[in-house]
Design a binder for this molecule. Structure first.
Ligand SMILES: Nc1ncnc2c1ncn2[C@@H]1O[C@H](COP(=O)(O)OP(=O)(O)OP(=O)(O)O)[C@@H](O)[C@H]1O
Length: 238
C-alpha cells in the first residue's frame, strides 16, 4: 500500500463485503467476504462452486448484485474504465482472446485503448513478443498457432499493457505439462504485477502467497495455501 495514502483510505488489493452475484436463476456467489493483499492469490474449489464468477467479478466482467466489491481500491462498476486499464484477464481457452490476424497485430491490439505514441507501442509489442518467446512467430497467423503458443500469445496481450493485476481463470487447463509450467512460471514471476489465479492444480495453488477456498457459492476460507489446500482436501474426503 502507498505510504502517501492516509490509513483510513487504504484498501487491501481485493476486498469483498457480503458480495453477491445472481446469474439468471442461480446465486452464483453469495455472502462472500474477503480481504486479501497477498501478491499472488490462488482460488480453489469444486466444479460449479463459484470460482469463475469470483474471477469475473474482480475484473468487472460481471457486476455484483449485492454487497460491496473493491479491486485495487476501485469500484468495478462505477470505475469500470480505470479497472479495465489496470487489470488484465486470461482465460483457459486462448482462442477466445484472439482478435487480430497475426501474432504481432494481436498483441498490438491490446494497447489500442492506451493511445500510446506509435514508437512506444511498437517497442512494447516487440518486448512482449520477446518475453513470451513469440518473436519468430510475429507474422504468423494467430489462429494457426498451437494451443500452448496461443496461451503465450494471450499472456503477451495481457502483459503488454503492464497491468497491476492479472486475473487468470484456469490458464493452464488445456496445456501439456511443459507449456503449463511455462505459463505458470510467467504468471507467478514477480514482474511487478499481482495475480489472482483460479486453478484446479493444487501444486500450482501451493506456489501462491495466499489461497481462497470457494465452496457452495461463497468464500469459505482464506489463508496460507498449505492450510487452505488441507481444508479443501479434507472436505473432498468427506
Ligand atoms: N451465465 C450463467 N447463467 C446462469 N448460471 C450460471 C452462469 N454462469 C455460471 N452459472 C452458474 O453459477 C455457478 C458457479 O459457476 P462458476 O462457473 O463460477 O463455477 P466454477 O467454480 O468456476 O466451476 P468450474 O470449476 O467447473 O469452472 C454454477 O452453478 C453455474 O452453473
Amino acid at each position: 500500500m502507498s505510504a502517501n495514502v492516509p490509513a483510513h483510505e487504504q484498501h487491501p488489493a481485493i476486498e469483498l463485503r457480503e458480495a453477491a452475484v445472481r446469474l439468471g436463476e442461480t446465486d452464483a456467489l453469495h455472502a462472500s467476504t474477503l480481504a486479501v493483499d497477498a501478491r499472488t492469490v490462488a482460488v480453489i474449489g469444486e466444479n460449479g462452486s463459484g470460482k469463475s464468477t469470483l474471477a469475473r467479478l474482480l475484473c468487472g466482467l460481471v457486476a455484483p448484485t449485492g454487497g460491496r466489491v473493491r479491486v485495487l481500491g476501485l469500484d468495478p462498476v462505477r470505475q469500470a474504465g480505470e479497472l479495465r486499464r489496470r487489470v488484465a484477464v486470461l482465460f483457459s481457452n486462448p482462442d477466445a482472446q484472439i482478435v487480430m490476424p497475426t501474432v504481432a497485430e494481436d498483441v498490438a491490439f491490446s494497447l489500442r485503448a492506451d493511445r500510446l505514441p506509435r514508437a512506444e507501442s511498437a517497442a512494447r509489442v516487440a518486448e512482449a513478443l520477446d518475453r513470451f518467446g513469440l518473436t519468430d512467430l510475429a507474422e504468423r497467423s494467430a489462429h494457426d498457432l498451437s494451443g500452448g503458443q496461443k496461451q503465450l500469445l494471450a499472456l503477451a496481450g495481457a502483459f503488454v499493457r503492464r497491468p497491476e493485476l492479472v486475473v487468470a481463470d484456469e490458464p493452464t487447463a488445456y496445456l501439456d505439462a511443459r507449456n503449463a509450467r511455462l505459463v505458470a512460471g510467467h504468471l507467478l514471476a514477480d514482474t511487478g504485477h499481482r495475480l489472482v489465479l483460479v486453478t484446479h492444480d493444487l501444486s500450482l495453488a501451493a506456489r501462491c502467497d495466499a489461497a481462497v477456498l470457494v465452496a457452495d457459492g461463497t468464500v469459505a476460507a482464506v489463508g496460507a495455501p498449505e492450510q487452505i489446500i488441507d481444508a479443501y482436501e479434507a472436505a473432498l474426503a468427506c
